[in-house]
Design a protein around this ligand. Sequence first.
Ligand code: SF4
Ligand code: SF4
Length: 203
Amino acid sequence: MVNLDDINKYRIYLQYLNKKLGEYFEEQSPYIFCKAGCSSCCEKGEYPFTEVEFTYLMLGVRTLDKDTFQKIEQNMIKIKKDKEACNNKKFLHACPFLINKKCSVYDFRGIICRSHGLAFFSKDEHVLVPACVDEGLNYSNVYDFDTKTISSEKYKQTGIKQEPLAHNVGVYYLTNNEITKTLELDFGEIKPMYEWFIHQINI
Ligand code: SF4
Ligand code: SF4
């Protein structure tokens, strides 16, 4: 069970994390095409959240006006129906907090939401790029769509000084590293956001 102490530690951790991720985004800016209104990354996913992150997100939900909350509830009703109709184990869906292509809980969003857009390492240490590369967005200027890898040849052709680099921004690492251990911040269980949220609302 998450308590106030956990939330306070998480707030401290977020200050560190936002700074670190900000540095990565700045470094990788020649390959990043995120802009306001671009929301594909919030339209199809599982959104793994730890218990601490989800508890913090719910603090943000409590600040929302009634109209916005009703829209989120409507989104959840649709997601619930889609999930029931879906036979696949891996259920991908639009985030219920995405309203008019904007995050309604932006300041309270999860860690995965903060790191999304950067190239990252898979569990077996391969460099992966965000799915929006297929829409001509992040890293598409250096991506080889045949080999599905960042192409050093394409990179050389861009003339950009900064190399396209992956960082260790997987949610498992970002919730379990030297800083979280120093803070004694235990994030708790991790599961898809839908599974946390469905138990919080009466639909
Ligand atoms: S990560 Fe991709 S889809 Fe998401 S805001 Fe950035 S460019 Fe758009
Ligand atoms: S919480 Fe916000 S940023 Fe995160 S997936 Fe949902 S809409 Fe996107």
